[in-house]
Design a protein around this ligand. Structure first.
Ligand code: GLN
Length: 447
């Protein structure tokens, strides 16, 4: 049924970059046999799902939405892929995304923009636009996305689905194509918090192949859901509700806080002035790390190689010039600029100091509150083409998400209503490090 849905809907929506129909049927039969024999223990056994195209699946396309990796087939599985496979997941295909996860609209994909299933003249958000759109269009029961600066949460807000960016280190990044390694995290997108919990149970945990992954003794997310939020202390950062926030979005997000209050949570406003500096700090750090990570695409080892070139240097230049799109090139230039010797102290070092201050502000907030609640994006889904003209405007749209990555915290976005045009609005819950259970339980109670 889900494959039929993809055939009927995805021509228009373009959430998928590749679909593995035959393999999926074969796999489903295999898992059915396991279930019949009583050998499949996971609640995910046999459930059709799909993966963002920057997460490696052995032998299958992993393009990162880029010409550079159009024909790349990884020789290994990402750890999350292996874990889900072992739990009996049925992989349907790989999902559309902004090129190398750089963008907030899924329009920078080399293979064409993904559209919002609620209104195909609008963007699904990004960079995990395909991963959110696929769940919204019932073209998968759950998907995996990645979030470096909002890329799971903002598309969930635009598409009316639920998504979680776990604490940095909670989920292994092994096999995730690196964008900004100190910020990247893989996370699930699904219809509701309960489904997210089931997926997180499988993918969470330390992995010896990722030195930054940690064992926080977590797991048991699904069984921990109670729906009880009595006495929960919810902080509302007043600086998240200032200038630039759409009135209708504000209203719906505050209504979500009210509902939690009615269920017994204690809601209180407090100031968080550092949020203003999150965007510049994020774009400096993310671009600097991207510059370094993307230096591996030289036209030699793997990926795109230009057909015509004069010498070795020209081979690099031609391959990178033709293989990367505009947004990726902009980030590489920005990253090289902020890392260059004369500017290092003024930009990169300064950004790291701001990052520490933001982290400090969150630490202070969590002395008083169990979780923070605010918007995920200043608006609902934008029209296609709107932000391509104005990259700075697109960057500013990341205001409510990027500080969570800078501080390494978990963030969950759940749908909280619709604007006057019938477009979904999302509410963001931000938790303490490894506070995923609190986030999932709060969203579960709310939903
Ligand atoms: N929009 C942000 C960027 O372009 C976030 C991307 C992400 O989280 N991968 O960098």
């Amino acid at each position: 049924a889900v494959l039929e849905r993809i055939e009927k809907k995805d021509g228009e929506c373009r959430a998928y970059l590749s679909v593995f129909k035959e393999e999926a049927f074969k796999r489903a039969d295999e898992i059915q046999k396991q279930i019949d024999a009583g050998e499949a223990a996971s609640p995910l056994a046999g459930v059709p799902m799909a993966i963002k195209d920057n997460i490696c699946v052995k032998g299958l396309p992993t393009t990162c939405g880029s010409r550079m990796l159009e024909h790349f087939r990884p020789p290994y599985d990402a750890t999350v892929t292996t874990r889900l496979h072992d739990a009996g997941a049925v992989l349907l295909g790989k999902l559309n995304m902004d090129e190398f996860a750089m963008g907030s609209t899924t329009e920078t994909s080399y293979f064409g923009a993904c559209k919002n299933p609620w209104d195909v003249t609008r963007v699904p958000g990004g960079s995990s636009g395909g991963a959110a759109a696929a769940v919204a269009a019932a073209e998968a029961y759950y998907t995996l996305g990645s979030d470096t600066g909002g890329s799971i949460r903002q598309p969930c807000s635009f598409c009316g689905v639920t998504g979680l960016k776990p604490t940095y280190g909670a989920v292994s990044r092994y096999g995730l194509v690196a964008y900004a390694s100190s910020l990247d995290q893989i996370g699930p997108i699904a219809r509701d918090a309960k489904d997210l919990a089931a997926v997180l149970d499988v993918i969470v945990g330390k992995d010896e192949k990722d030195a930054t992954s940690v064992d926080a003794g977590e797991g048991g997310y699904l069984v921990s859901l109670t729906g009880d939020v009595r006495g929960l202390k919810v902080g509302i950062p007043s600086d998240y509700f200032g200038e630039g926030l759409d009135e209708e979005v504000k209203e719906k997000v505050l209504a979500a806080a009210k509902k939690l209050e009615e269920m017994g949570a204690v809601v209180e406003e407090f100031p968080m002035p550092m949020v203003e500096y999150a965007i510049p700090a994020y774009y400096i750090i993310a671009s600097a790390e991207a510059t370094s990570n993307l230096s591996r695409y030289d036209g030699i080892k793997y990926g795109f190689r230009a057909e015509k070139f004069d010498d070795l240097i020209d081979l690099y230049v031609q391959s990178r010039s033709q293989g990367f799109g505009m947004e990726v090139k902009r980030r590489i230039m920005l990253g090289n600029f902020v890392l260059s010797s004369g500017y290092y102290d003024a930009y990169y070092k300064k950004a790291l100091q701001v990052k520490a201050l933001i982290k400090g502000e969150f630490d202070k907030a969590f002395e008083r509150f169990d979780l923070l609640l605010g918007p995920a994006a200043p608006t609902t889904a934008l029209k296609l083409g709107e932000s391509l003209q104005d990259p700075l405007k697109m960057y500013l749209g990341d205001i409510y998400t990027v500080s969570v990555n800078l501080a390494g915290l978990p963030g969950l976005v759940a749908p909280c209503g619709f604007d006057g045009q019938g477009l979904p609005v999302g509410v963001q819950l931000i938790g303490r490090p490894f506070g995923e259970k609190t986030l999932l339980n709060t969203a579960y109670a709310y939903q």
